[in-house]
Design a protein around this ligand. Structure first.
Ligand SMILES: [Zn+2]
Length: 435
């Protein structure tokens, strides 16, 4: 762990002191907080947590519970008179989401107040006060003052026309030839590449690029296209690298990346499927991002081989994906293995706020992000990197089809900004500087 990790660590909130007798949450869709008549004799008991505006809270349970009722209200239920009620409206007042991690692990909820003076009320059971675990992530959601936001500006599309940036149907070799090799030819002292091995079928070469400024102070490891069906993702990543390589010094974060950060990048991991069917799986029908624990596939072995060479220097590993959407109305989501999740939550929040400004965020109040200890087992690249090598990892899932047409210019603009700002902010956090 780097010394900076402390900055990002969530704060545990002791829940025992937060129980208030007599407070009850009732209702199904819309919860009402009710204070029962005889509080001291009441068997009803809730956790009442004053929310600090701008923070994110995660609440998790020792075991799955279907008894949970949660509400956020504008007044302190501890000070309400018996018989009084406070109504929690599902609306603009808060963002919340149930979220599940791996099946049969744990379940939790995220909360954040959208204004001062709100209280979270958790009612867990009619009988006993069930212990919960509450953590607070100290960030300023909704008070974004990030003046270092990177804007991609209007982008070309990925439809293979004359003015397009790329053709989504390109093979992995074509992506390398048309998008990465011209950069290397232009900046031979800065960019190099190496053959890191063949894919499992033996048909295609996997390439890794190194972007190495003369006086770099840290190293990031970035992967794209581990799922080859996510073309708009690995092409968006390529476009961002293009813009970063050609930055003109006007953007602090881009300039820092260009001059102070060594980037080890595998543009496409699943080269077989990127070249043939554009499927999630490799030539043997395997999901490479489930293969890291036992690493049976050639592609996975190549990534691990490369990662091990830099394992002591890599400040963070960023794995770029796209997704079609989950059961939640998340625009983007990510999972973070390390405790740098506050950084990620902040960036995601900014993206979400930005989408609202653009009129693209159709769901005003749902969680736009999932911070925190969303731990992955070793079979995932991020799990492998964090659990076995101690490298903070970040998986960024650009929901490319949710707000833009497939392969469109807007889609590319959003993916470039999405990946780009995560990469910039991760670098600026300086998780690990070169010794
Ligand atoms: Zn994916």
């Amino acid at each position: 762990m780097s010394k900076n990790d402390r900055l990002f660590a969530p704060r545990a909130i002791p829940w025992e002191k937060l129980y208030v007798k007599g407070v009850y949450v009732e209702g199904t869709e819309r919860y009402r907080v009710v204070v029962k008549e005889d509080a001291s004799a009441s068997t009803h008991c809730s956790v009442v947590l004053p929310l600090e505006y701008g923070n994110i809270y995660t609440v998790t349970f020792p075991e799955k519970t279907d008894r949970l009722r949660a509400a956020v209200v504008d007044r302190d239920p501890g000070k309400m008179a018996p018989g009084e009620t406070a109504v929690y409206k599902i609306g603009d007042k808060l963002r919340n989401a149930y979220y599940e991690a791996e099946p049969d692990r744990w379940e939790g909820i995220l909360f954040t107040a959208e204004k001062e003076g709100q209280f979270l009320v958790l009612y867990l059971s009619d009988r006993d006060c069930i212990p919960v675990s509450i953590e607070r992530y100290p960030l300023l959601i909704g008070r974004d003052t990030d003046d270092n936001w990177f804007r991609a500006g209007k982008q070309p599309d990925l439809k293979g026309n004359k003015k397009s940036y790329a053709d989504w149907q390109w093979t992995s070799d074509q992506v390398i030839e048309h998008l990465y090799e011209p950069l290397r030819a232009e900046f031979p002292d800065y960019i190099s590449r190496r053959d890191i091995g063949r894919d499992e079928s033996g048909k295609y070469t996997m390439w890794a690029y190194t972007f190495e400024p003369k006086h770099y102070e840290q190293t990031l490891f970035i992967t794209g296209g581990i799922h080859a069906s996510e073309m708009d993702g690995y092409l968006g990543l390529a476009r961002f690298m293009d813009l970063m390589v050609h930055e003109d010094g006007s953007h602090k974060g881009m300039h820092y990346l260009r001059t102070k950060v060594r980037i080890i990048l595998i543009p496409i991991v699943n080269v077989f499927s990127a070249s043939e069917e554009h499927l999630r799986y490799n030539s043997r029908g395997k999901d490479l991002n489930r293969d890291f624990e036992f690493h049976m596939e050639g592609e996975t072995i190549n990534v691990i081989w490369l990662l091990h060479q830099y394992k002591d220097e890599v400040a963070a590993l960023i794995d770029c994906h796209t997704c079609k959407g989950f059961q939640y109305d998340l625009y983007y989501n990510y999972s973070v293995q390390a405790s740098n999740s506050v950084l990620c939550a902040r960036v995601t929040n900014h993206i979400y706020e930005d989408l609202k400004k653009r009129g693209l965020a159709s769901v005003p109040t749902s969680m736009a992000h999932m911070p925190g200890a969303y731990e992955k087992p070793d079979k995932y690249l991020q799990g492998y990197a964090w659990n076995r090598l101690g490298i903070p990892t970040l998986v960024i899932e650009h929901m490319n089809e949710h707000y833009a047409e497939k392969h469109s210019a807007l889609g590319l603009e959003l993916s470039v900004e999405y990946y780009g700002n995560f990469i910039i902010e991760t670098a600026l956090a300086k998780l690990k500087l070169k010794k």
